[in-house]
Design a binder for this molecule. Structure first.
Ligand SMILES: [Zn+2]
Length: 154
């Protein structure tokens, strides 16, 4: 199934019951659950009314997700955080956040080339461009056509 232009959000109820922690939706329909997801071309969404309601004590509801093109999805729980990534999170209740923010400095994360949704519920992003051939994050070398390539592919 093509999972371009899909969304991923943390599923609290499933996580609490020991199930997969991420829900993937496409065209507003749940298509699967997963413990590990890699997404490209990521863009965060936070419904501001939902964020405010939770900050004021309302029950949790699905109002925040990341939209993008899903490159890899798996139910295994054995994945480690990728090297060179940065933690991003969103916590409307305890932190009163209204956006996805870098955990290192609190700055807003406005999207990026790649995000990793980890089995422990954490989210890791990378800021570098993706290789034009293998689509992995790369250091930004360019080939003779100007295409960004990683060192393995150039
Ligand atoms: Zn490559």
């Amino acid at each position: 199934m093509n999972l371009d232009n899909a969304t991923v959000h943390y599923n609290i109820n499933s996580a609490k019951s020991g199930g997969p922690v991420w829900t993937i939706r496409k065209n507003n329909k749940k298509v699967r659950m997963a413990n590990y997801v890699v997404m490209h071309n990521c863009k965060p969404h936070v419904g501001q009314a939902g964020a405010l309601a939770i900050a004021n004590g309302a029950n949790k509801s699905v109002h925040a997700w990341i939209r993008g093109d899903i490159a890899f999805v798996c139910n295994d729980t054995g994945y480690n955080r990728p090297n060179g990534g940065e933690l991003v999170g969103y916590n409307p209740r305890d932190r009163k956040e209204t956006s996805f923010n870098y955990r290192a400095d609190g700055a807003e994360w406005r999207g990026g080339p790649v995000a990793y949704f980890m089995p422990d519920g954490q989210m890791v992003v990378k800021e570098r461009a993706l290789c034009g051939r293998c689509t992995e994050p790369c250091e930004g070398a360019t080939d003779e056509t100007g295409e960004t390539m990683c060192n393995d592919c150039i």
